[in-house]
Ligand binder design. Structure first.
Ligand SMILES: *[C@@H]1O[C@H](CO)[C@@H](O)[C@H](O)[C@H]1NC(C)=O
Ligand SMILES: *[C@@H]1O[C@H](CO)[C@@H](O)[C@H](O)[C@H]1NC(C)=O
Ligand SMILES: *[C@@H]1O[C@H](CO)[C@@H](O)[C@H](O)[C@H]1NC(C)=O
Ligand SMILES: *[C@@H]1O[C@H](CO)[C@@H](O)[C@H](O)[C@H]1NC(C)=O
Ligand SMILES: *[C@@H]1O[C@H](CO)[C@@H](O)[C@H](O)[C@H]1NC(C)=O
Length: 944
């Protein structure tokens, strides 16, 4: 690391020379337009390359969330970072000045700070996500985009945990020579940098960047193994002919190359795609022929990506020059292999390459309609003049609607673009006049400014306004009101009472007889009463309301809690029309209605690009991937025409999911029920299913570590606990299995697929014709034989899932020896004989805490008790798993502290602990001691 840093103090003489040359060549230095931000730095500074670094206090004046970085980090100038404590969901953005039509490179650095709690968040250009940051890594996110406005937002969007932070931000105009976005529909594409490599002999280990690279791209050296496998060549300086000069890549980068007589394999960065989906990449390869004696047709090679020939017979010299660039467009699921192979012929020279860049090609997400953005920015600015420090106004940053709307704002899709349709600033203690520009929000349906201290007169709205509801009560506005307001064609409710200075004695005539209005009266008092009367009235009224409210508060405590929770969960999806589903129920304690969007078939087809990407198939039908207009990725489940039972499942799932919300259950975003099509829309779970992670395709790419397995198990158990205790009447999932436990981007477990779910039978239910549902390998034998359904059937299935997590084995596999076909039957004797080591997935051997593992094994075995009465409840299981996770995490912390002292003795330490723990906690089988979960002694070991 120190070596890397030394690149910042190169020979001053050389630098000056280069710089002077550059200044001569380019009279207007590109550097002048660089924007380099040291977040939270005390002062502006200029570095040894004459790059001017500024602090970010003009964006965020508040110094309270500044943090120091106490270690050197490569590519990094800043020794401080800014945290953004964002409440709820929300984002904070750096508004960067840009020229419309120009291409830019933007690079954000996120240096991990020990002082910050774990966090995960997304990084956006405008409203397009270009990366995500997860502690505890140092992350650099770089993107290339074409600006469409005089500014571009660079945003941090709060994720599931912790607060976003940033240490350094660089914006580099790419100038006219930039060809990155050419041919990619530059106005609807954003490129995300994956890697940018300068191929050389690998000995310098230095990056090349500004001032060698005018655009301050960072060219990293190849990994040493690659550099060592091939012959490094260096072109003489005089090779720089006019073609190469136009290359837009620094000569220093082009000059060195790697070469092989037959075949050049360029390893590429891990793409980290675990979603099993195709991604598009743009690969830019740069070639400079270093040997001027090599002519056209003498060095010819094919360029293969993952073994597929993407460019046959490539010849650097074909055009007569010595530099050529090759751009490849590829679509792959994971891994990218670049191979350059000499064409098997009499050509004399083998493949060569100087540098390459790989970008992921991302569709640019359309933001909120421009006019509404402008209005909202003006409204914010005007309100801030009188209300500096207002929490809600300070939280307004970036795009008003996307990907999540600002607080107090609701947006909808209108004619294909996102517009502000509701503004509710009630009770925000706002002063000053109402910003006039509010009336320019032409799709605004609802405006609520009540219970503030607004003064002045009321914003006139044009007759074309679609305003439905206007609430201006309890302010200090002055009248009279414009007739225009009352005659707005769509207005249905209009309240303006309790504005003491509103001119009294004016009676308004309402042409619109359907209009609901308080006619300016204040809580039953007429507005023409003397002023102090009104004040007393208000106070008395107010205290009455408070007393009432407290009573109601106590009575409705649970109700409130539930409603608020449901509301919060939905905050991210207020777009589009909403329908409210209410489940008829005798149980009126909890409010059971959550608004679910309805989507038109046309919209579904557009968002899935006509069902282009199939991601799964089930009994119900097919599941496709899609993207909503607001950029949210979704899974779209379409009932197939041939599925007969599908209708019932569709309705079942729609009804259940309309009523339940929990962070560990896959929520329903919306549905479509048009033209006999039955479609359900869920958020896309980018990390696939637990099953896939344990022993499917995904497991081959990355082993799911034990702490993650444990937290997934705990999440799923919490989700099921919620179902089982839902509204006092147990909901039974009936198809608990690892493929129905999905993982979101932060590996949070979400139980899915409620097509078979049912309320537990109650006394008096006929209960007769409940056909048995479930999946082989997971099915509770008691339920199967008695057909009596209870929550304990889910517990049995969950026990099987726990065994899968422990062993990494499928519940049924007839390719194994006969006694191992069934996971349950295989695990039982191993447990009795205390052969836990044989039960545990070989992939995580030595990587877990023994006591944590024992606890999970015990829970699993208790769950698969043949008699349901002996099985624990889901909430017992949650408690046990919580304990196991605490034990495991404490152990991991301990390991980490040992690792950080350079100890390589991780394995031996685990063994040591294992032994000591065996003493502390004797494993329960064979003993007469009851298991902590079940009062039933375990069956004695069966002879094998
Ligand atoms: C730093 O530079 C910025 C932009 O040039 C300027 O607005 C700001 O006042 C400067 N701050 C200090 C402390 O000099
Ligand atoms: C790459 O793909 C995009 C769309 O996928 C296409 O518009 C563009 O022309 C392609 N560019 C090249 C250089 O092939
Ligand atoms: C590697 O290349 C650099 C120039 O790029 C050169 O100065 C150095 O001597 C080379 N090292 C070896 C071991 O060839
Ligand atoms: C991914 O792309 C490959 C090749 O273009 C194609 O065969 C495959 O069906 C695609 N897979 C998905 C899930 O779209
Ligand atoms: C890339 O190449 C390596 C070695 O040649 C191979 O092991 C790997 O499977 C390849 N990956 C892909 C995605 O083709």
């Amino acid at each position: 690391m120190m070596e890397r840093l030394s690149c910042w103090v190169p020979g001053v003489v050389v630098d000056c020379l280069v710089l002077c040359l550059l200044l001569l060549v380019q009279s207007a230095s590109a550097q002048r337009d660089f924007l380099s931000i040291n977040c939270c730095a005390n002062s502006n500074t200029t570095d040894e390359n004459s790059i001017h670094w500024i602090t970010d206090f003009s964006w965020f004046p508040d110094p309270t969330n500044c943090h120091q970085i106490n270690r050197p980090v490569e590519h990094h100038r800043s020794y401080s970072a800014r945290g953004f404590p964002i409440s709820d969901s929300g984002k904070q953005c750096y508004n960067l000045p840009t020229f419309p039509g120009e291409d830019y490179l933007v690079r954000g650095s996120f240096v991990h700070l020990d002082s910050l709690s774990p966090s995960s968040f997304d990084v956006l250009i405008g409203v397009t996500k270009i990366g995500s940051v997860e502690l505890p890594n140092d992350v650099v996110v770089e993107g290339v985009f074409r600006a469409d406005r005089e500014y571009t937002n660079f945003c941090l969007l709060k994720g599931d945990e912790g607060d976003p932070y940033i240490s350094q931000l660089e914006l580099r105009p790419l100038g006219d020579g930039s060809q990155y976005l050419d041919g990619y529909g530059s106005d609807d594409t954003v490129l995300k940098l994956i890697s940018r490599v300068n191929l050389d002999n690998g000995t310098s280990g230095l990056d090349i960047r500004y001032p060698d690279d005018q655009d301050d791209r960072i060219w990293t050296p190849p990994d040493p193994a690659t550099a060592a496998s091939y012959k490094a060549v260096s072109a003489p300086s005089d090779i720089l002919n006019p073609t190469a000069a136009a290359a837009d890549v620094p000569f220093k980068v082009l000059q060195t190359a790697l070469q092989d007589p037959e075949k050049l394999v360029l390893p590429t960065a891990n793409l980290n795609n675990f979603d099993n989906l195709n991604h598009s990449y743009a690969i830019f390869l740069h070639f400079l022929e270093p040997d001027s004696s090599v002519g056209a047709g003498q060095r010819v090679f094919d360029v293969l990506v993952n073994g597929k020939n993407e460019k046959a017979g490539f010849d650097i010299r074909a055009g007569g020059g010595s530099y050529r660039r090759l751009v490849l467009n590829v679509t792959v699921r994971w891994g990218l292999n670049l191979t350059l192979v000499k064409v098997p012929n009499a050509f004399r020279f083998g493949p060569i390459c100087s540098a390459y860049e790989i970008f992921e090609v991302l569709p640019k997400i359309e933001g909120t309609r421009k006019e509404d953005v402008d209005v909202m920015l003006t409204v914010r600015k005007e309100l801030l003049l009188e209300n500096n420090g207002s929490e809600v106004l300070e939280s307004w940053s970036g795009d008003p609607c996307l990907p999540v709307p600002w607080k107090a704002i609701t947006c909808s899709l209108v004619n294909g673009s996102t517009a502000v349709t509701k503004l509710d600033l009630s009770s925000k203690n706002l002063h000053g006049s109402i910003p006039l520009s509010i009336s320019e929000l032409i799709f605004l349906n609802e405006l609520n400014l009540s219970y503030n201290r607004f003064t002045g007169s009321i914003t006139p709205f044009p007759p074309s306004s679609v305003l439905i509801s206007l609430d201006l009560r309890q302010n200090d506005l002055t009248g009279p009101l414009s007739e225009l307001l009352f005659s707005l064609p769509h207005l249905k409710t209009f309240y303006f009472g309790c504005n003491p200075h509103m001119s009294s004695g004016v009676t308004y005539s309402f042409k619109n007889t359907k209009l609901k209005t308080d006619n300016g009266k204040c809580d039953g008092q007429t507005s023409s009463r003397p002023k102090n009367g009104i004040v007393i009235g208000v106070v008395a009224c107010g205290s009455f309301i408070i007393t009432m409210a407290m009573g109601i508060f106590v009575v409705c405590f649970y109700k409130q809690k539930f409603v608020r929770r449901a509301h919060d969960d939905l905050k991210g999806y207020p777009l589009a029309k909403s329908a409210v589903f209410a489940i008829p129920s005798t149980d009126d304690f909890v409010v059971k209605s959550i608004s679910i969007q309805t989507f038109s078939l046309e919209y579904i087809e557009a968002s899935t690009q006509k069902y282009k990407t199939l991601i799964g198939e089930g009994g119900f039908g097919s599941v496709y991937r899609g993207t909503l207009t607001d950029g949210q990725e979704v899974a779209v489940k379409v009932r197939s025409a041939t599925s007969t039972q599908g209708t019932r499942e569709f309705e079942n799932e729609l009804n259940l999911l309309s009523a339940i919300r929990h962070e560990n259950l896959v929520p329903l975003l919306g549905y479509c029920c048009e033209n006999d099509q039955q479609i359900l829309v869920y958020p896309f779970m980018s990390n696939g299913s637990l099953q896939d992670r344990l022993y499917g395709e995904a497991s081959k790419r990355k082993i799911l570590d034990w702490p993650t397995r444990l937290s997934i198990a705990l999440g799923a158990a919490r989700g099921l606990t919620y179902l089982h205790t839902f509204s006092g009447r147990s909901l039974i999932h009936r198809d608990v299995k690892s493929s129905n436990i999905l993982l979101d981007h932060s590996m949070c477990a979400k139980v899915a697929d409620f097509g078979f779910s049912k309320y537990a039978p109650q006394e008096g239910d006929s209960g007769a014709s409940l056909e048995v549902r479930g999946t082989a390998g997971y099915l509770d034998p008691e339920y199967y034989s008695t057909q009596h359904l209870s929550a304990k059937s889910d517990v049995f299935s969950f026990g099987v899932v726990l065994l899968e997590i422990i062993s990494g084995r499928e519940p049924l596999n007839i390719n194994r020896p006969r006694n191992e076909w069934s996971l349950v039957e295989w695990a039982k004797p191993l447990y009795r004989e205390q052969k836990i080591d044989e039960m545990v997935d070989p992939n995580i051997k030595g990587m877990f805490h023994v006591e944590a593992m024992w606890r999970v094994v015990e829970v699993a075995l208790a769950c698969i008790e043949p008699f349901s009465a002996y099985r624990p409840t889901m909430s017992d299981i949650v408690r046990e798993l919580e304990d196991a996770l605490i034990i495991e995490n404490n152990a991991s912390e301990y390991m980490k502290s040992i690792d950080s002292f350079g100890g390589s003795s991780r394995f031996s330490i685990i063994i040591e602990r294992k032994n000591s723990i065996r003493h502390v906690l004797p494993p329960p089988p064979l003993s007469t001691e009851p298991s902590p979960l079940s009062s039933q002694p375990l069956t004695p070991p069966a002879p094998r």
